[in-house]
Design a protein around this ligand. Structure first.
Ligand SMILES: [Zn+2]
Length: 184
């Protein structure tokens, strides 16, 4: 008598490919071009270009920017200003500001986008899926119930209903209005 194999769980696939984001093909294509670190480049660019570079916060030791190739609307990246790859290389002030900025941006995203949850994390190394391997960065991805189910069908209109620069303006306004004492 044959024993049925247990059905394979979909969990593994869900973790490896959490969200369907077809525009990320541009990111993969761009990644083949030889280029410097885009986080360092946006910091070195004049502040007048922060909006086009999607750089939201220039902190004392760390930065916040919108991900140009988001897994979901409001996908942010938080990184130390220094070009370091390892957690162990972070100074105490960088550790502290990374978490402070994550806390602050979750609050800002809650007010502006009304997400029902967040995925926040670090991809360390190529095997973990880090696209930008040498400059440590934390991902903050807002989530809504049903976003995974609907995205394959409504990809372009459902996931990013707003232009990135329009969203940048909303988040920047919220940052400004709720934390005037905190210099950008
Ligand atoms: Zn860098």
């Amino acid at each position: 008598m044959k024993t049925k194999k247990p059905a394979s769980t979909p969990c593994t696939a869900a973790i490896k490919k959490p969200l369907w984001a077809p525009w990320r093909i541009r990111y993969v294509q761009d990644a083949h071009k030889p280029a410097g670190c885009f986080l360092c480049a946006m910091l070195q660019a004049p502040r007048a270009r922060d909006r086009e570079n999607l750089l939201l916060v220039r902190g004392k030791t760390s930065l916040v920017c919108l991900n140009r190739y988001p897994y979901n609307g409001g996908h942010l990246m938080i990184a130390p200003r220094r070009h370091v790859a390892e957690l162990a290389a972070l100074r105490p002030a960088e550790h502290a500001e990374l978490m402070q900025l994550a806390t602050r941006m979750v609050a800002v995203l809650r007010r502006v986008m009304k997400p029902q949850g967040f995925n926040i994390g670090l991809n360390l190394g190529h095997a973990a899926g880090a696209g930008l391997r040498d400059h440590l960065h934390m991902h903050v991805v807002p989530r809504w119930v049903g976003d995974v189910n609907f995205m394959p069908v409504f990809a372009d209109i459902k996931v990013i209903p707003q232009a990135l620069e329009e969203l940048y303006d909303q988040l920047a306004a919220e940052l400004h209005s709720t934390a005037r004492s905190h210099r950008r």
